[in-house]
Design a protein around this ligand. Structure first.
Ligand code: TRP
Length: 429
């Protein structure tokens, strides 16, 4: 594994059946992204998370089956990526506990989903904790474990999930602060170019609005659903607006730029809604039909899917097992016979200065370089993103390595080192 590989990780909660909005907004872009060079991609079925929202066993199982089949049918190559089921990785709940022990309750009190339930309870005049399970409260810790377990750098998410990624970062920082640099700090990646698909009624396509078009629903049903998209009352022959037309937006998500342009002209020249719907159906069908056979095959051969997931879990655990071993060692869950040697190593590590990253109330990102006693050696900051702060730290670390290297070179004295650094700095300007 080379140091420059960027790891992406995405979790899919296994409640419900995939619809066209999931396909356009998540599955299709992720499958495309999974083919980028220089990346490793982790996709997993977040079935532990599903338990937080759903207490129907049959539904959890069915949804896991359908979602797994869906991603594979859409072209995800399980050989090329890491594709696994969360509950097949026992290291994830174990890491969840390690993180739980370094996470302030106050941090979790601020989580949006939990807070929303509390606010609702307060408004309804019932107990603040009504319907709050510890699963809901701990949701962000489990999610942090998902991410940190695989040392993901980037987590593509919708805006509603940004807070969870920042919490995962906070937990990683707390852990590293206490036990040394073991966990990679992840970053959210929000892609605004990814289409938010409107549903049948023009609002965002979502299960909760019951306005979805099923991704692998039978062809005739998809056709019916498309014909039920809400349009205005303009008659055939009357020019129509593409602006605010859900039908047009869905069309755009499936058509080439050229075909979209043609549809724009057809709107202007008064295409009938029925004809426009027929064209939309044909475009969607052309994209989905080739995947449907694979989907149906997988759903009716769950054994095959199970084998794919088992293989995926084995591959993922090749990463999770050694990291968890390292973390157990770091916190002191150790083989007793190794006690003497390890204590010495802890001391040696504690004697080294280290970088700490944090965020201030001004919303900007800062870092400190502190010695083993916590004395401040250097402070930097005012960065707009954690990434920029990280780059500055990386630069300083590189400079530190360079200085050490030059100082260690035979025949090189302080003067020469200083001169070389000045040259370097000038070259950078
Ligand atoms: N919470 C995510 C959602 O509802 C699903 C999820 C679980 C996830 N674990 C994750 C997403 C880790 C990204 C990374 O969409």
């Amino acid at each position: 594994m080379s140091a420059s590989v960027v790891r992406y990780l995405t979790g899919i909660t296994t409640t419900g059946t995939p619809h066209l909005g999931n396909y356009v907004g998540a599955i299709r872009p992720a499958v495309q992204a999974s083919r980028r060079a220089g990346t490793e991609n982790f996709y997993f079925l977040a079935d532990y998370h599903a338990l937080i929202k759903c207490d129907e066993p049959a539904r959890i199982q069915r949804s896991t089956l359908e979602i797994a089949a869906c991603w594979l049918a859409a072209g995800l190559d399980a050989q090329q990526v890491f594709f696994y089921r969360q509950s097949d990785i026992p290291e994830i709940p174990e890491l969840t506990w390690l993180l739980t022990c370094v996470t302030g309750k106050g941090l979790l009190n601020r989580a949006h989903a939990y807070k929303a339930q509390v606010d609702k309870n307060v408004a309804a005049g019932v107990d603040v904790d009504a319907e709050v399970t510890m699963g809901l409260f701990m949701y962000p810790v489990l999610m942090a474990a998902d991410i940190l377990m695989f040392q993901a750098h980037k987590v593509p998410v919708g805006r509603d999930q940004i807070q969870h990624i920042e919490m995962a970062r906070d937990m990683a920082q707390s852990f590293n602060h206490l036990y040394g640099e073991h966990l990679v700090l992840p970053e959210a990646e929000v892609d605004d170019a990814v289409a938010l698909l409107p549903g049948l009624d023009g609002r965002k396509m979502s299960k909760s609005y019951d306005n979805v078009i099923g991704l692998f629903a039978p062809r005739e049903q998809v056709r019916k659903q498309i014909f039920s998209i809400v349009t205005d009352s303009r008659a055939p022959g009357e020019p129509k607006d593409t602006e605010g037309s859900a039908l047009f937006q869905i069309y755009q998500a499936f058509a080439s730029a050229e075909d979209t342009q043609k549809m724009r002209q057809l709107y202007a020249s008064g295409i009938s809604w029925a004809d426009a719907k027929q064209m939309l159906f044909e475009h969607i069908d052309a994209e989905i039909a080739p995947m449907r056979a694979r989907y149906e095959h997988l759903v009716s051969h769950p054994r095959e899917l199970e084998d794919i997931l088992q293989a995926g879990a084995a591959k993922a655990r090749e990463r999770a097992t050694p990291l968890l071993r390292e973390l157990r060692q770091a916190v002191g869950l150790r083989n007793l016979a190794s006690a003497a040697g390890a204590a010495k190593k802890d001391k040696a590590k504690a004697a080294l200065p280290s970088f700490k990253q944090y965020r201030e109330s001004d919303g900007l990102f800062y870092f400190k370089f502190v010695d083993a006693q916590g004395r401040l050696l250097l402070q930097g900051g005012g960065f707009a993103s954690p990434r920029e702060a990280g780059q500055c730290i990386a630069g300083l670390k590189a400079a530190r390595a360079l200085t050490a290297g030059l100082a260690a070179a035979p025949g090189v004295g302080g003067e020469e080192v200083a001169a070389a650094l000045r040259e370097l700095a000038d070259a950078g300007n």
